[in-house]
Design a protein around this ligand. Structure first.
Ligand code: TEU
Ligand code: CA
Length: 628
């Protein structure tokens, strides 16, 4: 059914894309979607809204919105089924940011041999699969997310021989490796782009998005999304930095290059890919201007024309058929802005597109963005998880994560008070390793690493932060601008991994490319791996538990006492065993609800768990055998 300006809210809500967008908007306004179920609201026609919103949304908004909806003819299935088995549903993934993981040759930059030297550490922790952030040849404008040559290793990181050895080392330990696939854009130093501007009549002339006039789209890293090129008298699109040029996926030759390159790495033996902003690859025909109200609302102009583009499903299917499927390779898409229904259409096992996606909705609370300084309330995390656990269905597998190289550390967001650091780290790991989904642990998370006390703009390296700083300084003092950066800078997650209490945290013999501080004196891998009560040991024990009990992977999840504030309690059940997980989400001390289940206490934050009380941020996992 075509949706029009005469359609009713309830019809829009019945559409997967409509539902995701309505839910997101309501959430931002502090409402739940029960509003839509109110017949008065549900029966409103779309065309009544511009007036009702008192000018906040205009007609252009609805036209864009309807075009987006009408370009998606499919609806996710709602049948219940049991989940099929797959290695990537059972695996615990660990993300490595190579630049900051371990430096083997004393130049202050992490490298492949550095990773190789730490494989036993990862194996010991219980890691099944490693996701490596980009290691390809790059001028490092965005630390490797700007690729100059997809088939070459970045000089600072080592050689192709080092890579082959690393892959062998990973496989010989029974682990898997997924690489980062960055194909929404390439570096402006990529040969394709050089040729596109210098030989516009060559086959490369149409590899990127050139326009005579720029539209109003903005870059995620500040300013216009267009660079001017004298050679062609034209502008080229870059959604990210000025050196990250968006590829033209409309051109079949570009898609073939990508398929070829992916096959080349799979042929080498890598097990799959994490796909960088893969939902941005298809852009609406003609690249129309972004809607003003959406731009003002989001802070970025143009998103609605590419975050769920008209040919996205087609490109993903083609990529799967041409490259992933023949190798039975795994894929997880990084898909900012995509909601649950869209995620279903991108990942359901009957769709032939992706295996999983990273959704980001749980990372910031409604009405907040990453650069706001606020306290994250874990009750919001609980709310998001209830939704994913109960509504995503068994055709799809959720991903579970708090951190990556683009976000501050979770402990710091929730409660920076050092006295709760350890217990909070354990609480987070308990939820991540016992909810239904595939956990992705970010390097250092297993030690409970926290945000850094950067003291000046000179401490920061990230292109996003540096551009934003320049932008902010136009309207505020340098001190205020720096303060704003401190809340959200991606560099919090990019400081060296803390291996020891020694100089440079044992990461390198030379001064690292980005600062270390005194935190390694009390938080480091060497001490924690020797201490049974450490955060690291807790992670290890829980990972082992997850591995030996299918209930924690494939088991049903039953969330109880949902309305109870600050408490997140659920059962994971398989045929012959049940786990009961209790998580206290705040500093409060709470009386337990009713009696403890009969069973065996397996893991807890404290050696002696009180029968009556849960202490601040305490998490406990209980196992209950049937017929015993
Ligand atoms: O990130 C994409 C993305 O949308 C973000 O998380 C982004 O860093 C932020 O929202 C900008 O405001 C991916 C990579 O993970 C990131 O490191 C890269 O910088 C980016 O793509 C470009 O390749
Ligand atoms: Ca090095």
């Amino acid at each position: 059914m075509m949706l029009t300006i005469n359609s009713r809210i309830k019809d829009i809500y019945a559409h997967p894309v409509g539902r995701d967008i309505i839910r997101k908007m309501l959430l931002q306004m502090g409402h739940s979607d029960s509003v839509v179920k109110n017949p008065v609201v549900g029966n409103l026609k779309l065309k009544a809204l511009p007036k009702l919103s008192m000018g906040k949304v205009d007609e252009g908004f609805f036209n864009t919105f309807l075009e987006l909806l009408n370009s998606e003819p499919d609806i996710p299935r709602t049948d219940s089924c049991s989940a099929t088995r797959a290695w990537w549903k059972e695996a615990v993934f660990y993300q490595i940011y190579p630049r900051s993981f371990n430096d083997s040759n004393g130049d202050g930059i992490g490298d492949l041999r550095g990773i190789l030297n730490k494989l036993d550490y990862l194996k010991d922790l219980g890691v099944d699969a490693i996701w490596l952030s980009p290691i390809y040849d790059s001028p490092n404008d965005d630390n490797g997310y700007d690729i100059r040559d997809y088939r070459k290793i970045m000089t600072e990181f080592g050689t192709m021989e080092d890579f082959d050895e690393l892959l062998k080392g990973i496989h010989s330990r029974g682990m898997r490796l997924i690489m980062d696939l960055v194909v929404n854009h390439t570096s402006d130093e990529h040969e394709w782009f050089r040729k596109a501007i210098n030989e516009p009549d060559s086959q490369y002339g149409d590899y990127y998005l050139f326009h005579d006039e720029p539209n109003n789209w903005t870059s995620f890293f500040s300013g216009s999304a267009w660079n001017y090129y004298e050679q062609r008298h034209q502008y080229a699109l870059h959604l990210f930095s000025k050196k990250q040029m968006d590829l033209n996926w409309e051109n079949p030759a570009v898609r073939h290059e990508v398929h070829d390159m992916v096959r080349w790495w799979l042929q080498k033996g890598v097990d799959g890919f994490r796909m960088d902003v893969v939902n941005y690859i298809s852009k609406r025909d003609g690249l129309p201007d972004g809607n003003e109200s959406i731009g003002a609302l989001m802070g970025y102009y143009g998103i609605e024309h590419y975050f769920y583009g008209p040919r996205l499903h087609e490109y993903l299917r083609e990529l799967k058929n041409e490259a992933f499927a023949p190798f039975d390779a795994f894929s997880v898409g990084e898909t900012p802005g995509v909601g649950m229904e869209m995620s279903k259409l991108l990942t359901a096992d009957y769709r032939g597109e992706l295996d999983m996606v990273f959704s980001f909705d749980h990372l910031e609370m409604p009405e907040h963005v990453r650069f706001d300084d606020y306290k994250y309330d874990l009750n919001y995390f609980k709310k998001c998880m209830i939704d994913w656990m109960e509504n995503y269905g068994n055709h799809c597998q959720p991903s579970l994560f708090y951190e990556n190289h683009d976000n501050p550390r979770m402990i710091s967001k929730v409660d920076p008070d050092p006295q709760f650091r350890g217990v909070l780290a354990k609480l987070l790991s308990t939820m991540q390793l016992t909810l239904r989904g595939t956990p992705f642990i970010y390097q250092g998370q297993e030690l409970g690493m926290v945000n850094k006390d950067f003291t000046s703009i000179d401490d920061l390296r990230d292109v996003e932060s540096l551009n934003l700083y320049a932008e902010l300084c136009k309207t505020m003092s340098e001190t205020d601008a720096f303060k704003k950066l401190l809340a959200g800078t991606r560099d919090h997650a990019r400081t060296p991994m803390q291996w020891t209490s020694g100089k440079y945290a044992g990461f390198s013999d030379a001064e690292p490319w980005i600062g270390t501080d005194d935190d390694c004196k009390t938080c480091n891998a060497a001490t924690q791996t020797e201490d049974e009560g450490s955060v690291w040991s807790f992670y290890r024990a829980l990972i082992a538990l997850r591995k030996t009990h299918a209930a924690l992977v494939y088991g049903d999840i039953d969330i109880v006492n949902k309305k109870e504030h600050d408490l997140f309690t659920y059962y994971r059940t398989s045929e012959n065993e049940t786990f009961y997980i209790e998580c206290l989400l705040s500093r409060e001390v709470k009386k337990r609800k009713g009696k403890l289940p009969n069973g065996v206490r397996l893991i807890s934050n404290y050696p002696e768990v009180s029968e009556l009380q849960l202490r601040p941020y305490e998490a406990t996992v209980w196992m209950i055998y049937k017929d015993k």
